[in-house]
Ligand binder design. Structure first.
Ligand SMILES: [Zn+2]
Length: 140
């Protein structure tokens, strides 16, 4: 069953979910070229890079900070499940809004307009909370 799930996940990721998977592939190639080693989390290929920034997910791939804990990996894997559900709509419905929101929050904190604890919870918006819930449910 595990193998069937992995095959189905990869199949859907490389068809219906192709836009994000291709973007992930480009990022993965950049990681390999710069000497980063690939790791496996369930059937996701991931790379660790940088410190204390979180992570992002693209198709079958995700990219996280060095030493990322299970909760970050589960969250990113949750975005991978969103990608096989939303497919070609994933970039517009979740990935781009999520990235814009991430950098807007960074801007608020770095510019001194807000302290990090004054921000609403990261999972307070539906697509982040959903990714966390999916990740916890399917990848523990
Ligand atoms: Zn997220």
């Amino acid at each position: 069953m595990k193998t069937v799930k992995a095959i189905l996940f990869w199949l859907v990721s490389w068809t219906w979910g192709l836009p994000m998977t291709l973007f992930g592939l480009l990022c993965a190639l950049a990681m390999l070229i710069t000497g980063h080693k690939p790791h496996l989390f369930h059937y996701f290929v991931y790379f660790e890079v940088g410190h204390a920034w979180g992570g992002f997910e693209a198709g079958c791939f995700f990219f996280v900070q060095k030493g990322a804990g299970i909760s970050i990996k589960q969250h990113e894997a949750g975005h991978g499940l969103q990608n096989i559900m939303l497919g070609v709509f994933m970039p517009f419905v979740i990935s781009i809004p999520s990235m814009v929101r991430y950098w807007y929050r960074e801007y608020l904190v770095r510019s001194g307009k807000k302290l990090s604890w004054e921000l609403p919870p990261y999972d307070g918006i539906w697509f982040e909370g959903w990714a966390t819930a999916l990740g916890k449910k399917h990848y523990n």
